[in-house]
Design a protein around this ligand. Structure first.
Ligand code: HEM
Length: 404
């Protein structure tokens, strides 16, 4: 079969927009007529099967290094300090890292943190339960994941505000605003690295029952993580495990505000939480796209993607693919007809390492919030991050509930 270079295809255009529903709706709309769309830079992959195919094809590499490289505003100093992370590593390097660290991120370790998760949620709700009014995004979702990450790593709880700020600032890399953000990003990277090096030194002297000790001990056939790799992994956990979870919780509550019957069901029967979490992540995912670059010429479905081509698999559009999810725009926690997983944790070799932990955090938080905040309703207009944010979610979600 002959192949057509992707640049010669007649494709719909899907550009950046500042309106959150526009961007998602535009992706879902475009997917009706084409599996691929052209953008300002690169191409968007729109349908479930194609998104999964790209993410599972190892010739497509993570685009994180390219995003930084392509930014006209990033200084040479900033570009030079880029260290390889598990998210951007490929080939044998990635396989080795993943094999060494995967056991430390098992569902079993996530389950040991469930009591701590309930304690944190209860503590946050205790402060507001009598008032019947709260900003869900800033008062509950924002602080929630940090003490859990502290507990996971064995870092002191009092340091949560530091972790929170570092995670927010380092993630500005994905916000397309290097000119303003670079000094903040660089300062956060430096502080975070110094902190993590101290933590690792402590744990080498005094092993404990925590993730950091597991990572230090991680060994297979005599192979161990180097100190540099340990620093990178801990940074990946702090950065990858905070802003994602807090925004996903906010988006889940945002959706549930329009489904009060489901909120009540969560309160009455916490066993539905796992299904509610998957369905809220499908319909309203915090990570709506990721990026890949062709490491060589790639021929897919009769289309030639020359080496260096940038594509964005749109996880959110794939999650709305009507050929996979019946009545795809409907919130339906009972959906069983599809065995296909929602894609907000990605797919393939970079599939979210913290998925078990994130699922546990959401499954613990939602039923507790529903029980302790009955009759939840909106108390003002929600505000959101810009639509192109790498991790999307509400910045403000004012709600009222019956005081308890
Ligand atoms: C609801 C919350 C979360 C969401 C939506 C999420 C989403 C994702 C996605 C989409 C990827 C793949 C990115 C790609 O393919 O380019 C990913 C990778 C990753 N996530 Fe998460 N994540 C969440 C929570 C967490 C948590 C709690 C942790 C850490 C404890 C974590 C650590 C990581 C790491 C280390 C990777 C890189 C894995 C690799 O490249 O092999 N994430 N996440």
């Amino acid at each position: 079969m002959s192949t057509t270079p992707v640049s010669e295809l007649d494709l719909p255009f899907l550009g950046f927009s500042d309106n959150r529903s526009d961007r998602l709706t535009a992706g879902v709309e475009a997917a009706r007529s084409s599996w691929i769309a052209r953008g300002e830079v690169g191409y968007s992959i729109l349908r479930y099967d194609d998104v999964v195919a790209v993410l599972r094809d190892k010739r497509w590499h993570s685009a994180i290094p390219l995003v930084i490289e392509m930014s006209a505003d990033a200084t040479p100093e900033f570009k030079l300090r880029r260290r390889e992370s598990i998210l951007s590593a490929e080939g044998d390097t990635h396989v080795r890292l993943r094999r060494l660290v995967a056991p430390a991120f098992s569902p079993r370790r996530a389950d040991t943190l469930r009591p701590a998760m309930r304690d944190v949620v209860n503590g946050l709700v205790d402060a507001v339960a009598h008032t019947g009014r709260v900003d869900m995004a800033s008062d509950i979702c924002e602080p929630y994941p940090i003490p859990i990450i502290c507990e996971l790593l064995g870092a002191p709880k009092r340091d949560w505000e530091l972790f929170s700020r570092w995670a927010t600032d380092v993630l500005r890399i994905f916000d397309n605003n290097f000119r303003n953000d670079m000094p903040l990003i660089m300062a956060a990277q430096d502080e975070l690295e110094a902190y993590v090096r101290g933590l690792i030194a402590d744990r080498r002297d005094e092993p404990r029952d925590d993730l950091l000790t597991d990572l230090i001990a991680a060994e297979e056939a005599g192979d161990k993580l180097t100190n540099e790799e340990l620093v990178m992994m801990v940074e990946a956990v702090i950065v990858g495990g905070t802003d994602t979870t807090r925004n996903q919780l906010g988006l889940a509550v945002d959706l549930l505000l329009d489904h009060p019957d489901e909120w009540k069901r969560l309160a009455d029967d916490p066993s539905v939480a796992a299904r509610v979490v998957e369905e809220t992540m499908r319909l309203n995912g915090a990570v709506r796209a990721t990026g890949r670059v062709a490491s060589c010429d790639i021929d897919y479905k009769g289309v030639l993607f020359p080496a260096g081509t940038l594509v964005f698999p749109l996880l959110a559009a794939a999650n709305h693919d009507a050929s996979i999810f019946h009545d795809a725009t409907n919130f339906d926690t009972g959906r069983r007809e599809s065995n296909q997983p929602q894609l907000t944790f990605g797919s393939g070799i970079h599939y979210c390492l913290g998925a078990a932990l994130a699922r546990a955090e959401l499954q613990e938080a939602l039923p507790l919030l529903a029980r302790r905040m009955p009759n939840i309703r909106r108390a003002g207009e929600p505000r959101y991050k810009i639509a192109t944010a790498g991790i999307f979610g509400p910045t403000s979600l004012p709600i009222e509930f019956d005081p308890t």
